[in-house]
Design a protein around this ligand. Structure first.
Ligand code: AMP
Ligand code: ZN
Length: 493
C-alpha cells in the first residue's frame, strides 16, 4: 500500500536549517545513505543511537510504502586517529597493538556491530559497502577532481584545494561556516605539511613504509582520505544526486562538508537533497565517546555488568528509551531514565497483549480514526517519536478503560486500533514484545530479585550457609550478585 500518497512528511534539512516537505527525486523511491561505523572497536551505545535513529526513519519510509535503497557503509580504512589529517589509521593502530592483521580487526568489530544491531532489532540496510572494496571508485573520483583543477598532488599525496573550490562553489554551506572565518581562526601550517592551506584535506595519502594498509595508485602507494569513501559509495549506489544523507551531528563538519565539496568538484552536482543529522547520546552530561572513556557498551547494559545501572535492561527497553526522545535532541543516559522507560514499555506491551481480548459493543468512546491520523501527524512532523509515543499511551488509557468495562469499542474500531498499534509499535518503532518467548527476561529478573531478598533474610538471621548457597549457585548459573552501598545488584553473563 502506498500510504505516502496520503501523508505529507516534513524533515529538518541541515542544509537549509528548515523543516521542509519531503519530495524524493523519483516518486515512490528513496535513496538514503548513512555513514556507518569505523570498525576498530566495539560499538558503544552512543553510536547505536545514531544508527537507531536512521533505522526508525528507514522503517517509517518502508511503512509508508516507499521502495527504499538504504546504504550504510563500513569504514575499514582511511579514518585516522582523532579524525586528524595526519597520523595513524585507527584500524592499523589497533592491528599493530594487537599484532593481528588489519582485516582481522575489521572482521571482529564488524561481527560485533551486526550482533548488537540484531539484538536491537535493526533492519539490515539494502547495501553495506566497505571502503576497501571501493578503492578503484575512489581513485577515479580523485582523477576527476584533479582534472577539474580542484586538487593538487604533492610528494605522493593528493589534497583537495578548498580555496580554489570556494571560488566556484560554497565551502561551508552545510555547517554554516565561511571560509574566510575558518582561515582567520586557524594556525599557520607547520613546515612539514605538504598542504597549501590548512583547510585543504587529503583525498589520497602517501603511505610511509610502516603504514600497513596501502594500495597502488598513479601517485604511488597510499590510502584514501576518510571523506572520500562516502562520496564514492553513495554516488555508485544512489547516483550523483540522491534523497537523504544521514549521520551523527558530529560528522557535519568536516566530514559531510567535505563530501559535498568532493561531489560538486567531481561532477558539478549537489549530491544530497536532504541532510539529516541525529543528535548525541550523553552520559553524565557529556558526549558518549570511545576516546574519553565516557561510554557504555550495549552488552554491558543487557547483562547488567556495568558500574552505573542497578540492573540489566533488555534491548527493547533501551530502544524505547531512545525513541522517547526526538532524534534531533540530546539524550542523557541514566539509571532513573532507563527504569522509567522500562515501566512505560511494560505498560505499553501489556496493553497490546490485552487488545485481542477486549469485548466489543455497538459504539466506541474514542475516535480511533482521528487518533490514528494523530499518530501519522507525529511521524510526519520530522519523525516525532516522543509525540507518537504520547499518542500510543492515549490509546493505552482507552484500552485499559475498555478492559475494565468503563468504556466501549466496536469490532471494526478494535481491529483498526490493533492494526495501528501493532504497526507503530513493532514496524515503525522496531520494539519487540517482551512476552514473546525469547524476551522473557522480566520473569528471570523477578526471580533473581526474590532470591536476593531471601538471601538478605538469611543473612539477617545469620544463616550464612543459606545466603552463601544462594550466591554461589546463582554464580554457577552465570548470575553474579554484587553487594554495594545501594543494596545488591546483579549481572547475567
Ligand atoms: P564512528 O564509528 O566513530 O565513525 O561513528 C559512527 C557513528 O556514531 C557516527 O554517525 C557518529 O556521529 C555516531 N556517534 C558517535 N558518538 C555518538 C554519541 N555519543 N551519540 C550519538 N551518536 C554518536
Ligand atoms: Zn561518511
Amino acid at each position: 500500500m502506498q500510504l505516502y500518497k496520503d501523508q505529507t512528511l516534513k524533515v529538518t534539512n541541515s542544509l537549509t536549517g528548515k523543516k521542509e516537505v519531503f519530495n524524493p527525486v523519483n516518486e515512490g523511491h528513496i535513496g538514503m545513505y548513512v555513514c556507518g561505523p569505523t570498525v576498530y572497536s566495539n560499538v558503544h551505545l552512543g553510536n547505536c543511537r545514531t544508527f537507531m535513529s536512521f533505522d526508525m526513519i528507514f522503517r517509517y519510509f518502508k511503512h509508508l510504502g516507499y521502495k527504499v535503497r538504504y546504504v550504510r557503509n563500513i569504514t575499514d580504512a582511511g579514518h585516522l586517529v582523532d579524525d586528524a589529517e595526519e597520523g595513524e589509521d585507527k584500524i592499523a593502530k589497533k592491528a599493530r597493538l594487537e599484532q593481528i592483521e588489519p582485516m582481522e580487526v575489521v572482521q571482529r568489530y564488524t561481527v560485533d556491530f551486526h550482533n548488537i544491531l540484531e539484538q536491537f532489532n535493526f533492519l539490515p540496510p539494502s547495501i553495506e559497502p566497505t571502503a576497501t572494496g571501493h578503492i578503484i571508485e575512489q581513485l577515479e573520483i580523485i582523477k576527476e577532481i584533479l582534472k577539474k583543477g580542484f586538487a593538487y598532488e604533492v610528494n605522493g599525496s593528493v589534497y583537495f584545494d578548498v580555496k580554489k573550490f570556494n571560488e566556484s562553489f560554497d565551502y561551508g554551506k552545510l555547517s554554516g561556516r565561511k571560509l574566510e572565518d575558518m582561515i582567520a581562526n586557524t594556525r599557520e601550517l607547520t613546515a612539514q605539511s605538504d598542504k597549501k592551506s590548512p583547510q585543504d584535506f587529503a583525498l589520497w595519502k602517501k603511505a610511509e613504509p610502516q603504514h600497513i594498509m596501502r594500495w597502488p595508485s598513479p601517485w604511488g602507494d597510499g590510502f584514501p582520505g576518510w571523506h572520500l569513501e562516502c562520496t564514492a559509495m553513495s554516488t555508485k549506489y544512489l547516483g550523483e544526486t540522491f534523497d537523504i544523507h544521514g549521520g551523527g551531528m558530529d560528522l557535519k563538519f568536516p566530514h559531510h562538508e567535505c563530501e559535498i565539496a568532493q561531489a560538486e568538484a567531481s561532477n558539478g552536482n549537489s549530491p544530497v537533497n536532504y541532510w539529516l543529522h541525529a543528535n548525541m547520546l550523553t552520559m553524565n552530561g557529556k558526549k558518549m565517546a570511545k576516546s574519553t572513556g565516557n561510554n557504555i557498551l550495549p552488552g554491558e547494559i543487557f547483562s547488567g555488568n556495568n558500574a552505573i545501572l542497578s540492573k540489566p535492561f533488555i534491548p527493547s527497553v533501551v530502544r524505547f528509551f531512545m525513541m522517547q526522545a526526538h532524534y534531533t535532541s540530546i539524550l542523557d543516559l541514566s539509571n532513573d531514565a532507563l527504569l522509567a522507560s522500562e515501566k512505560g514499555f511494560n505498560r505499553l506491551i501489556d496493553a497490546l497483549d490485552n487488545m485481542s481480548g477486549l469485548e466489543t459493543g455497538v459504539n466506541t468512546d474514542f475516535n480511533v480514526a482521528d487518533w490514528k491520523q494523530k499518530c501519522y501527524d507525529a511521524m510526519n512532523d520530522d519523525f516525532n517519536t516522543p509525540i507518537l509515543i504520547a499518542n500510543l499511551f492515549e490509546a493505552v488509557k482507552h484500552i485499559n478503560l475498555i478492559k475494565e468495562g468503563k468504556e466501549n469499542i466496536t469490532l471494526s474500531d478494535k481491529e483498526l486500533l490493533q492494526q495501528t498499534m501493532n504497526s507503530f509499535v513493532f514496524d515503525v518503532l522496531g520494539l519487540e514484545n517482551k512476552n514473546d518467548g525469547h524476551q522473557d527476561s522480566d520473569k528471570l529478573q523477578g526471580v533473581v530479585e526474590l532470591l536476593i531478598q531471601l538471601r538478605n533474610d538469611a543473612r539477617g538471621n545469620k544463616d550464612f550457609a543459606t545466603s552463601d548457597k544462594i550466591r554461589d549457585q546463582l554464580l554457577a548459573m552465570g548470575i553474579q550478585l554484587k553487594d554495594g552501598k545501594e543494596g545488591t545488584t546483579f549481572s547475567i553473563s
